[in-house]
Design a protein around this ligand. Sequence first.
Ligand code: GCV
Length: 675
Amino acid sequence: MEYTEAWLKYRRLSLSRQQCEERLYDSLISYAIPFEEGLKESPCFGALISEFENGVEALLGMRPQRVTDGSETLRFAVDPAFGSEDAYSIDFTQNGKNGAITASDVRGLLYGVFHLLRLVATGKSLADFSQTCVPSNPLRMLNHWDNMDGSIERGYSGRSFFFADDQVLVNDRTRAYARLVASVGINAVVINNVNVKNAATYLITDRYFDKVRALSEIFDEYGIALYLSLNFAAPMELGGLDKSDPLDPGVIEWWQKKMAEVFIAVPKLGGFLVKADSEGRPGPFTYGRDHADGANMLARAVAPYGGRIIWRCFVYNCRQDWRDTKTDRARSGYDNFMPLDGRFLDNVILQIKNGPMDFQVREPVHPLFGGLMKTNQMLEVQIAQEYTGQQKHVCYLMPMFKEILDFKTYMPGHEDATVADIISTRTLKNANGGIVAVANTGNDENWTGHDFAAANLFGFGRLAFDTTLDPESIAREWAELTFAGSTKAAIDAIVNILMRSWPAYEKYTSPLGIGWMVNPNHHYGPNVEGYEFDRWGTYHRANWRGIGVDRTTKGTGYTMQYREPNASMYEHVETCPEELLLFFHFIPYDYRLKTGKTLIQHIYDTHFEGAQDAADFLDTWKNLDGQISDKEAYERVLERLKIQAESAVEWRDRINTYFYRHCGTEDEHGRKIYE
Ligand code: GCV
């Protein structure tokens, strides 16, 4: 299947000689790599050269020449003393003419080249440019939930390009993918679904070693470590043992032998991701063991090979009874993992979803951030838009991620520590950490179904590399690269739509942090009571008086999982941030919000506004006909914005009618609410 180069199109710039000179683009014409002999061994060396030469040639129409006689105008320098892994600097201030990219390793140089090409592709001048970039996070990872039959769990952009018919695919697209994600700084990728079943259990056997190794080598050329999701019950399913007890000597020995075999066959492997005792997956609970027992047993087995075990904290009781108002799914991650703080080995990282429920459009930050003080942690976000419009709706998520990263946890002794500080390992000076997104790609031509969803893939990489970046600048950079050659007005409009898209989606879907009003199973479209009487612990408790879950000390007690002053802030209605009000409190419909509006009027207003926003996005796009350089992309986006506008109306009417029927209050503005 064909695929686009997304933001790596490098469309030829139309510049005069003078403009090229003024912007110092002439300095890209020749380059040198001192001590090249020693660097050639680096797996990224080939990519460094080809990305630089091909990129410059595509953008400027001249192929850079590599020289060794000292006449170079650009110099790539590896300086082991330069700084932390993957850091680089781009400097054009030396003599007003020449430039240098410096890094402590070749992968850093490659990141520098991608950065340089972004600057040129977006028309920035290199004159006097100087910047040093140090990655915020050691691990910048993508998790693909691809199954080996080629389907993708929560995939909205076609089939898998890693697997089909129980085979591992290694082809042109593998490299194209590696380029794409490496260009924004991704350095680790899990290719298979965390729900490891059927053929995927066999990825750690010689049935697949050759292909997995080939894939890992392509990734390695772009500085990406391959990881696999693991089946905790593999000793039984593959090894014929009668148990998977992590403390059983036979099981321990089985894993040790297995890991020796795997890392010999696939030496570039980074390690494994494990979903255990969650939503029916096997784990240590079966044997009366805990998550530390399970994770550490695997960690010991991979340690000799430098491997890591990434262990997910998405553990909760998925057999709840809606009548029970004390059991709270939101509490479960903290309840399960907080008592284990300090017990995990250095090569274990806990992977924690951004919120305590499951990637809703609005959730509070997971209380394990700021709770755990002796454990490696990674933040897990989802760019696959499972609950945010499934890549039919535009929903640019970087503003949400930025809020999460900037959340102050008030960890004792580190009162200013934000989530970004903790996962970066800056706060605890711990061994491992980072950020991971559930990926939104598939084999659709444009990779992400909705062309605008690629802004989430691009944006996630950029934000993971530098958590201080501003979401709007990222959106602009992405739009300028992807839609190069479009009018300035078109780029501005795309940025405007992206920046308004998450608030719009939030407005026309479930109100004030309550979440979940979606159709069960597939999670697309409104269904206010779809999850209300189910077993998943996902209730909104709306009745004739009001709506919301009491998670205060009088209710489930969840608020007390936060450090002070966050705990008190959430505990009290007056101080609880209103965008999360219904997550924490049961609120009567006539309660007055800070705006002076009643809750019910707020619900009506936001739903009318959100649907109007979606209609505006469509109108804006229609007015851009002829202004977007890529005509096919224009048509694809147009089709999706129509779907979104219609769906937003459905959301608006269902939600408004549901609440109108419950409380009987008229809309103050007399707009149409169906009976
Ligand atoms: C991969 C949610 C999703 C599941 C997903 C699970 C998880 O429940 O709906 O599809 O499973 O999260 O994160 O493990």
